[in-house]
Design a protein around this ligand. Structure first.
Ligand code: CO
Length: 243
């Protein structure tokens, strides 16, 4: 049975390749020569959050790093190597850290539920939870996971920004911006958390403002927040727009 399923993947792949070549003759030959993505996506490994499909980007247009709960750990050579390659060699102009609502990693971090080895990875989000525990505990219980999802994004934007890769890039005068976004699995829409850093403006101020916006957004009365369609999309209270 599983063999058949895997055969399907190859069949779909052959059909996709043929269709691409029919629509855009020479597409793959031009890809072989170089990749020149303008964007780097740092997102969750969750199968419901595929970077290219969500943004309508094609092969060659976005450099992707994904892990459980889109975390950038100061000493994670995997993430740092990907960021360095993207910034120094591919010269991407935008790095987006993209969290998603209903993230299992964030849920586990919030509840403290043990899920296995990943507990040690998720511990980084518990650090975020603990740093903002007063705010999180002041929020209605049903919005805490979504709020922590956004706080985690803000935290990881800072972690990218303070990496030696970014510090050096900005010192050289390279133009690269880091953005904090979220994705709604329930509606397929991206939200901009309004936290964009470029090495010029003070990072701490931008981070604190983002945290304040997150607090304001989720601390509305639970009934009002849940009744609003935009709240369902996680959009109210932020000035960012989708995409
Ligand atoms: Co996730």
């Amino acid at each position: 049975m599983s063999d058949n399923n895997l055969e399907d993947l190859f069949a779909h792949n052959r059909a996709w390749s043929a269709q691409m070549e029919r629509d855009r003759p020479g597409f793959f030959t031009s890809l072989v020569k170089q990749q020149t993505p303008r964007y780097m996506w740092i997102g969750c490994s969750d199968s419901r959050v595929p970077a290219n499909q969500i943004t309508g980007l094609e092969p060659g247009e976005v450099f992707v790093h994904r892990n459980v709960a889109n975390i950038v750990v100061h000493s994670d050579l995997n993430a740092l190597s990907a960021i360095q390659f993207a910034v120094e060699h591919l010269k991407v102009e935008h790095i987006m850290v993209v969290g998603h609502y209903g993230c299992a990693g964030v849920k586990a971090a919030l509840s403290g539920k043990r899920i296995g080895l990943a507990d040690n990875w998720i511990r980084h989000i518990q650090d975020v939870r603990d740093r903002h525990s007063v705010m999180i505990e002041s929020l209605p219980e049903e919005v805490r996971v979504d709020a922590l999802c956004e706080l985690n994004v803000a935290e990881q934007v800072v972690n990218v920004a303070v990496s030696t890769v970014m510090v050096d890039a900005w010192a050289r005068g390279q133009k690269v911006q880091i953005h904090g976004w979220t994705f709604g699995v329930h509606d397929g829409l991206l939200q901009d958390l309004g936290l964009s850093v470029d090495g010029a403006k003070p990072l701490d101020t931008a981070y604190k403002a983002a945290v304040q916006r997150i607090r304001y957004k989720w601390s509305k009365p639970a009934g009002a927040a849940l009744a609003s369609p935009s709240a369902q999309a996680g959009a109210d209270g932020t000035e960012g727009t989708a995409k």
